[in-house]
Design a protein around this ligand. Structure first.
Ligand code: GLN
Length: 547
C-alpha cells in the first residue's frame, strides 16, 4: 500500500505547487523510494484538451493518450516517471463518470449527492495503482477556499481517515508577503489559509512558505505555533535561478526530511543528489549562447509552449551552452519579409498549433530556413508547414495546403498535401474518426512507434531506427506526394510501422532540417535531454560559429 502526500495551496494561486510536488517526488526518489504524481483539478472541463493554450497553458499528452494538465509535464521532467491517463482528473471528468453511472442505474435508485457519490469517485481515482509505488503524491489544483475545490478537499479528508494512521500526510503551500514600508514578512495570510484548511478537517503536516525574503527563525516559530505545525516542518521556499534548482533547494530547506518525519520513517535513507548536482552544474557552467527563434501562434503566454521551452533548455544542457529562445508571432511574416527578423538567429523552431491563422508566416519561416541553411525543427504543425513549403516551392504544387484550413474556412481552396486522417492503426487495432466527432480526445493521441531510415539524419540524431513518440493531431501528411517531394530533396525518413503515415521529413541537402509529426518535447528531461533537441541545439551551435 502506498503512502500518500496531499499537496494543497493557499493565499494566492501560481505559488509553484506543481513544482514543489515534482521536486518532492525527485527527492523521495533520491532516497530510493518509488513515486507517482497525480493532479486533481477542480475545473469543470472534462480534460484540458479543448481549452485554448491561452487559457490554461500547454496540453500535456501522456503515452496512453490522455490530454492533461501541464503540471504533469513538470512531474515527468523531475521524476522521469511517465504519466498515465489515471494521473490527471478534473471535476468535469468526475461528474461525467458519476452521471454516466447514474444513467446506467449503477446507484440502484439512490439520490446522487456530492457526499458520498462524488467524493467516492474522487477517492477511487486517488487509489488507482495503490500497490505499485512507495509514495503517491496528489496535488489539488486551485487554492483552499475555492467553491469548486470543496469536494476534493472533503475526499482527501475522508481518504486519510479511512487509511491506517500514518499512511497519509498533508502538505500546504502558502505565501509570506513582504511589506516594504515596515520591512516585515507577514504571516497572517498563512495563518488564515491554514485556519481555512482546518475548518474543513485538514491539518497540514508540512507547510511550505514561499517568500522573496529570508524568513527569520522568529517568524518560522510563530507560523509553527499558530498553524499547529512542527517548527522543522515549516519549510522556506525562496525564488530560484532555475526551476531545476528546486530539488537541491528543497532538500537544503529540509522538505524531504520533514515529509519522512511526518510519516515516522526513521532512520531516513541517505539521499543521492548526484543527478541534480549534475543538472545544476550543466546549467550554471554553460559556455556561450545560441539564439533560437520560435515562430508560433500562442506567443503571448509562455506556458503555451512550456515543454518546448524546457526541452530547449535541456538541449542546451546536453551541449553545455545557454539557449536563448525568442518567440516571434508568425503572422508578422505574412506582412513583412522574414529575413531581417530571422537573420539574427542560429536556429528556427516552428511548434505545433491549430487553425489557419499564422500558417502562411510559418511556411515563410520554413522557406527561409531551407534556403539559408539555418537549422530548422518543425514540430507537428511545424512539420506540416515544412511539407507544404516544399510542395509549393520545390515540387511546383502552387496551391498546396492543409485540409484543416479548408475545413475551418468551409470552402475548398487548397490541394491537400496534409489531409484529415479518418482511420489508422494503433498497436494491433484500427481506430476510426469522423470529422463531426466531439472535439475532445478524438485526435491521434499518445505514443506511436515509427521506423527511421538507416543512414538518415534523424537516425543519426537518435542513434537508432525504432522510436516511440507522443502524438496529438488530426491531420497527416499525404504519402501520395512522397515521390514528388523526395525527388526534390524532401526525404520521408521516418514512417509509421505500416508505412502509411509520414512521421519525419528532412531536407537531404541541408545541414539540419527536420520536421516531426509528433511532440518530442514531451519526453525530454533535464537529466536525459531529448536527442532531437540535443541535436538541434548542437546544429545551432555549429551555425553560430559560421555567422
Ligand atoms: N493542427 C494540426 C493537426 O491537427 C497540427 C496539430 C499540432 O500541431 N499539434 O494535425
Amino acid at each position: 500500500m502506498a503512502r500518500y502526500v496531499f499537496i494543497t495551496g493557499g493565499v494566492v494561486s501560481s505559488l509553484g505547487k506543481g513544482l514543489a510536488s515534482a521536486a518532492l517526488g525527485a527527492l523521495l526518489q533520491a532516497r530510493g523510494f518509488s513515486v507517482r504524481l497525480r493532479k486533481l483539478d477542480p475545473y469543470l472541463n472534462v480534460d484540458p484538451g479543448t481549452m485554448s493554450p491561452f487559457e490554461h497553458g500547454e496540453v500535456f499528452v501522456t503515452d496512453d493518450g490522455a490530454e492533461t494538465d501541464l503540471d504533469l509535464g513538470h512531474y515527468e521532467r523531475f521524476t522521469g516517471v511517465s504519466a498515465r491517463k489515471t494521473d490527471s482528473v478534473s471535476s468535469g471528468r468526475i461528474y461525467s463518470n458519476v452521471l454516466e453511472k447514474e444513467r446506467r442505474g449503477a446507484y440502484l435508485g439512490k439520490t446522487i449527492q456530492v457526499i458520498p457519490h462524488v467524493t467516492n469517485e474522487i477517492k477511487d481515482f486517488i487509489a488507482v495503482g495503490d500497490d505499485e509505488v512507495d509514495f503517491m503524491l496528489c496535488e489539488i489544483g486551485g487554492t483552499v477556499g475555492d467553491i469548486e475545490g470543496l469536494p476534493f478537499f472533503e475526499a482527501i479528508r475522508q481518504f486519510a481517515q479511512e487509511r491506517p494512521r500514518g499512511q497519509c500526510i498533508f502538505m500546504h503551500l502558502t505565501l509570506l508577503p513582504y511589506l516594504a514600508a515596515s520591512g516585515e514578512l507577514k504571516t497572517k495570510p498563512t495563518q488564515h489559509s491554514v485556519k481555512e484548511l482546518r475548518s474543513i478537517g485538514l491539518q497540514p503536516d508540512v507547510l511550505v512558505c514561499r517568500s522573496e525574503h529570508p524568513i527569520p527563525d522568529k517568524e518560522r516559530a510563530k507560523i509553527a505555533l499558530f498553524c499547529n505545525v512542527r517548527p522543522d516542518s515549516v519549510i522556506p521556499a525562496y525564488d530560484l535561478r532555475s526551476i531545476y534548482e528546486a530539488p537541491l533547494a528543497y532538500h537544503r530547506a529540509g522538505l524531504d526530511q520533514a515529509v519522512l518525519n511526518a510519516f515516522g520513517i526513521s532512520p531516513a535513507p541517505r539521499p543521492d543528489m548526484s543527478r541534480w548536482e549534475d543538472v545544476m552544474d550543466r546549467l550554471t557552467h554553460a559556455e556561450g549562447e545560441v539564439r533560437v527563434a520560435i515562430v508560433g501562434k500562442y506567443v503571448q503566454l509562455e506556458d503555451a509552449y512550456k515543454s518546448i521551452a524546457e526541452a530547449l533548455t535541456h538541449g542546451g544542457m546536453a551541449n553545455r551552452v545557454r539557449v536563448k529562445a525568442e518567440w516571434i508571432d508568425a503572422e508578422i511574416f505574412e506582412r513583412e519579409d522574414p529575413a531581417p527578423h530571422l537573420e539574427p538567429f542560429h536556429a528556427i523552431l516552428v511548434p505545433g498549433g491549430f487553425g489557419e491563422r499564422g500558417t502562411e508566416g510559418k511556411i515563410r519561416a520554413a522557406q527561409f530556413a531551407r534556403e539559408k541553411g539555418v537549422p530548422y525543427l518543425g514540430i507537428c504543425l511545424g512539420m506540416q508547414m515544412a511539407v507544404i513549403e516544399a510542395a509549393r516551392n520545390m515540387a511546383g504544387l502552387a496551391n498546396a495546403g492543409s485540409e484543416e484550413f479548408d475545413h475551418e474556412a468551409g470552402e475548398k481552396r487548397f490541394t491537400p498535401v496534409v489531409y484529415h486522417l479518418k482511420e489508422w492503426v494503433q498497436g494491433n487495432h484500427r481506430v476510426e474518426r469522423k470529422l463531426t466527432d466531439d472535439k475532445g480526445g478524438t485526435m491521434r493521441l499518445g505514443a506511436y512507434s515509427a521506423q527511421l531510415t538507416a543512414g538518415s539524419k534523424v537516425a543519426e540524431v537518435y542513434g537508432k531506427t525504432e522510436i516511440e513518440e507522443r502524438h496529438r493531431h488530426r491531420y497527416e501528411v499525404d504519402i501520395t506526394y512522397r515521390e514528388a517531394l523526395e525527388n526534390c530533396g524532401l526525404v520521408f525518413s521516418g514512417m509509421s510501422p505500416d508505412g502509411r503515415l509520414p512521421e519525419i521529413v528532412e531536407h537531404k541537402d541541408h545541414p539540419w532540417f527536420i520536421g516531426v509529426q509528433f511532440h518530442p518535447e514531451l519526453k525530454s528531461k533535464p537529466f536525459a535531454p531529448h536527442p532531437l533537441f540535443a541535436g538541434f541545439v548542437k546544429a545551432a551551435l555549429a551555425q553560430s560559429r559560421l555567422v
